[in-house]
Design a protein around this ligand. Sequence first.
Ligand code: APR
Ligand code: PHB
Length: 391
Amino acid sequence: MKVQVCIIGGGPSGLLLSQLLHRQGIETVVLEKHTRDHVLGRIRAGVLEHGFAALMREAGCGERMDREGERHHGFLIAHAGGRMDRVDLHRYSGGNSVLVYGQTELTRDLYDGRETSGAATMFEAEGVALHDITSPRPWVSYRSRGEPCRVDCDYIVGADGFHGMSRHSIPRDVLREYERVYPFGWLGVLSRTPPVSPELIYVRHERGFALCSLRSQVLSRYYVQVPLSDRAAAWSDEAFWAELRRRLPAEVAARLITGPSIEKSIAPLRSFVAEPMRHGRLFLAGDAAHIVPPTGAKGLNSAGADIHYLYHAMRAHYRHNDDTGLEAYSQKALTRVWQAQRFSWWMTAMLHRFPDNGSYDDRLQQAELSYLFSSESALASLAENYVGLPY
Ligand code: APR
Ligand code: PHB
């Protein structure tokens, strides 16, 4: 097979880029290791920056998102003995907001979009390997049902997530990795119950962080911080609800409606960046190049910024023979990636209980929160990052 751009990975990054390029008449193929059902079985965060939502519309896949997604103009932070303060995103970010719409639904919309437009996806592509990435004629090999296959292309995009192989095709003496692993995880529960609050509540509590989120008015998503040694299976639904209640302010806990969990899992928290994001004709995008802890909901949104830069760079290349965007991609993407890293680290550090922290660190967290809610500038800084820095 011969295409202009071969995309490795059928997660939101790869699908969104493919759909955007397809609409510009640029030929792509997506090679996905798993089945569509497997990809759609993953539950992930669901807060979209306005820039990400605009990309979904440009890809022709934003209709259901605009219909079913909820626009949020603020969120709450519970701290200091049950006190709750609101971050007014609208007011402090110059009229912006975020869209609450689950990543699973968004990925489904992207798959439906490509089926309608006839864009090619190879599912269950095994043993994907990249070849000649620093030559003008790179190519990709893989196996489909045991049969060897080959894709010749102009460019390869590695959008195969944190555990993918694309990043490892960059020579060891070129690739630099920066990482911080946090000493706790998030135990998440999805339940078919009405959300406890119309807006998200981030909770700092002496027993550990908690988050009340939602997918719709009948589907809730809750999290509690747990030690990495915990196993999700060892947490009964009752134990989860009891722990969440303990961490919520009393009036919120009193109106929490519980029910059986539909999904329950523990996600470790990690900050990670790989540099550079381009080597020869290979471009990395999304989780393949960077990971954030979920506290600021920046994972998917950071991936969206990469796709924005890459889409415009490739369009300029194919339309106008202009390679400045491709040349600048790694540096431009990384500048924004590090801003998302900083913000996610800051939100995480402010709201979690760190096992090694003493009373001094505890006081610092309290001071950070009391400063935040006493300063218009601090609130504006939080709000502009939460709704998304400009591309
Ligand atoms: N060959 C082909 N596909 C692969 C390979 C491989 N060797 N390895 C992984 N993949 C596929 C995975 O099965 C997955 O579907 O690549 C896809 C990567 O998708 P994601 O992990 O969702 O990464 P990305 O598309 O960058 O999405 C970023 O998803 O992980 C969240 O927090 C993250 O919200 C952010 C968003
Ligand atoms: C979620 O709804 O899963 C979610 C929302 C906000 C976050 C993280 C996760 O910061």
